[in-house]
Design a binder for this molecule. Structure first.
Ligand SMILES: NC(=O)c1ccc[n+]([C@@H]2O[C@H](COP(=O)([O-])OP(=O)(O)OC[C@H]3O[C@@H](n4cnc5c(N)ncnc54)[C@H](OP(=O)(O)O)[C@@H]3O)[C@@H](O)[C@H]2O)c1
Length: 341
């Protein structure tokens, strides 16, 4: 049996090569999946460019997110059966509890081994979660990294309550899921984005007001006013360029969820404001499998709309990375794997 897959053989988009590899039977505790769809996250682009981890062993199959069907199970597997529809879990070794260095070293499509840009893969049965009936495979392929990160920021760590006010930065994968989870939690969501078209997308998903950070580069006051001085949580994906303003606009005792570092890794921000207003800085790194399963149950009851920017066939996956690199996308970029099996 064969798998068609995209391997990163050297850093850079030119290092991506479509290859066919023989794939065997799953061993004890393993499953073989026939993947139908994968999706890109920013870290996948950073991995390809050698920025995420310059020491990443190559070749590696990029991407953590994917979903499909269990095609074969190895001895001793009881979690899933042949024919089950499943999604991959991002940190294959983080099942529950507090994060540890060992658990965090298991991210698929990187330190945890080959990822999901492949038509078939063999993984530990512990690395997959069964999909509820109500969730289709394409939706599921968008969820493992971006949606679970958003869920952790809004629900698990952010503990957003009805009546809270949340600031969502950007219209990428994580941000549009965070916006939807915040609205579902009964919060007022304020958006921050770079264009009127993107602001309209945020309003369609339930943002009550949107600030354009190109027109208003110092947006902290505007956001604080829109929140009537009571901004409970900021979903910060900008990092270096946004953290100072995030700290300025959040209420005393509020939380800044540190999710991304799109504008740089080292920030200068007002420490006194954080200390004297007792602001909580909460790093977020995806989540554990129990949280993933809780999120899937929640989505099955109250569906969300994974904003799918564009679909690419596996043969054209390079163009998908180029689209992300150009910041041309809104929401998730999907790779269709079913056509090529
Ligand atoms: N910690 C985690 O567990 C985790 C998980 C997933 C992702 N991340 C990180 O979160 C960030 C977003 O990931 P993603 O996959 O959602 O990326 P993405 O889909 O590529 O989205 C990026 C979006 O962020 C906005 N943006 C770009 N530069 C910005 C800046 N300087 N300041 C503010 N906003 C900016 C843009 O939207 P607008 O034009 O609308 O502003 C852009 O489309 C990345 O840094 C990624 O590495 C972290």
């Amino acid at each position: 049996m064969d798998a068609r897959r995209l391997e990163l053989t050297s850093f850079g988009l030119d290092g991506l090569a479509l290859v066919t590899r023989a794939i065997g039977e799953p061993g004890a505790g393993e499953v073989r999946l026939r993947l139908e769809a994968a999706s890109l996250n920013r870290r996948d682009l950073l991995l390809v460019e050698g920025v995420y981890n310059p020491k990443q062993a190559l070749p590696v199959v990029p991407c953590s997110d994917g979903a499909g069907v269990v095609e074969a199970v190895g001895p001793g597997v009881t979690r899933v059966a042949v024919g089950d529809r499943v999604a991959l879990h991002f940190f294959t070794g983080w099942i529950s509890g507090e994060p540890t260095s060992d658990k965090l070293a298991t991210a698929l499509g990187g330190p945890g081994g080959d990822g999901t840009l492949t038509t078939r893969m063999i993984v530990s049965a512990e690395a997959v979660v069964k999909l509820p009936e109500a969730i289709d495979v394409a939706t599921a392929a968008t969820l493992p990294c971006a949606a679970l990160t958003a869920w952790s920021a809004i629900v698990e760590l952010g503990r957003v309550k009805p009546g809270d006010t949340v600031l969502i930065q950007g219209t990428g994968g994580v941000s549009l899921f965070a916006l939807q989870f915040a609205v579902q939690a009964g919060a007022k969501a304020i958006g921050l984005t770079s264009s009127e078209e993107r602001a309209a997308a945020m309003r369609r998903l339930g943002a009550s007001a949107v600030v354009n950070y190109r027109e208003t580069p110092k947006w902290a006051n505007a956001v604080r006013d829109l929140a009537d001085g009571r901004l409970d949580l900021v979903v910060d994906v900008g990092g270096a360029e946004t953290l100072d303003q995030s700290v300025r606009c959040v209420r005393p005792g509020g939380t800044v969820a540190l999710i991304g570092v799109l504008s740089g890794n080292f920030a200068t921000f007002n420490l006194s404001l954080s200390v004297m207003r007792q602001v909580r800085l909460q790093g977020v790194t995806c989540g554990d499998r129990e949280a993933f399963e809780a999120m899937l149950r929640a989505i099955a009851v109250r569906p969300i709309d994974p904003v799918i920017d564009r679909r690419f066939p596996l043969d054209d996956a390079r163009a998908a990375f180029e689209r992300m690199k150009a910041n041309a996308h809104v929401g998730k970029i999907l790779i269709d794997l079913s056509e090529t099996t």
